[in-house]
Ligand binder design. Structure first.
Ligand code: MLT
Ligand code: MN
Ligand code: ZN
Length: 307
């Protein structure tokens, strides 16, 4: 199984256009050793020919232009992207769907909660009906149903397991503060021939028993790397919300993501969806050194993972 990191940043990307924090100004001036990052999305393939996107970032145009593997090659109009799976309905994960409108109907996989957001508060799907159209595949993760296994027709070598996880509906949602199963999912992506698994959760508010047991099965985990500390945005004068308010588990501290990743058997442990305020963006910083001591990598745009 091949995983291609198209974007590794959180909402706004890195550096963010209007942000003058130490991390953003540091990379602009060259004072920091850090890579720019677009908003998070990965592509996965079993055969290297047929690919599925997990989330469609507003930076998708740039991401696809910079990824030769995903270029058209067999017909005047063509794409190796056969399906899109959405992990939630956040702006940084869904608005790239609009940029796929020149292609064939989008084979879209998401939960009923995400479908509802994208037909009401942020009605991308009715809009797309006037362009390429969307073929709906609802993942039955809702109400009491916390997980579902599914396949994608064009990628028969993969088996996918969607798991309802702790998180938040997007800020524009009428139930932002009233969580529903299916607002956010994690995925275990399994290659059927080898049994190799990747666990993907770019937004994860906490690691409970269910999340932990799925993460235990994975050879590679790619999880929420948004914030280093809970009050990072407040401390740096960038916002009013804590990581918890926004549905993200910070890396540091007791009960943080580093502690959750310690002890997992995965061969590769990676953070993705890194916010522009996060000091782990500094390749030479002390926080990055601490991650290294725990065997944790920071995903970057263009990174290829072979499982
Ligand atoms: C989040 O995950 O909380 C987002 O990155 C927020 C956003 O897209 O603005
Ligand atoms: Mn986000
Ligand atoms: Zn910044």
């Amino acid at each position: 199984m091949k995983i291609l990191v198209l974007g590794s940043g959180a909402g706004g990307g890195y550096p963010q256009w209007n942000c003058n924090c130490a991390m953003c100004s540091g990379v602009r001036s060259g004072r920091l050793h850090a890579r720019a990052r677009t908003q998070s999305s990965i592509a996965v393939s079993q055969d290297g020919e047929h690919w599925v996107l997990f989330n469609a970032s507003p930076d998708i145009g740039h991401q696809l232009r910079s990824s030769p593997t995903l270029h058209p090659r067999r017909a005047p109009r063509d794409t190796p992207i056969k399906a899109v799976v959405l992990m939630d309905a956040q702006i940084d994960h869904v608005t790239g769907l609009l940029s796929l409108r020149e292609g064939p109907p989008i084979e879209l996989y998401c939960t009923p909660a995400v479908f509802e957001e994208l037909t009401t508060g942020l009605p991308l799907l009715p809009v797309l009906q006037h362009y390429c159209g969307v073929h709906w595949h609802l993942l039955p993760v809702a109400g009491e149903r916390a997980s579902a296994e599914f396949r994608i027709d064009a990628l028969p070598g993969l088996s996918l397991h969607a798991l309802a996880i702790a998180g938040k509906a997007p800020p524009y949602s009428p139930h932002r503060n009233d969580p529903q199963a299916g607002d956010n999912i994690a995925l275990l992506i399994e290659e059927r021939a080898t049994g190799r698994c990747a666990f993907y959760a770019p937004g994860l508010a906490g690691v409970g028993d269910a999340e932990r047991s799925w993460m235990q099965r994975a050879d590679c985990v790619l999880v929420d790397g948004t914030f280093w500390t809970d009050d990072e945005m407040i401390e740096h004068g960038l916002g009013r919300h804590t990581a918890a308010d926004m549905g993200h588990l910070p890396q540091s501290g007791e009960g943080g993501m580093i502690a959750a990743l310690d002890g997992l058997p995965a061969r590769r442990k990676l953070l993705i969806h890194i916010n522009n305020s996060n000091p782990i963006l500094d390749d030479h910083g002390e926080q990055r050194a601490m991650l290294q001591r725990h065997g944790i990598e920071v995903a970057h745009d263009g990174m290829e993972i072979e499982l």
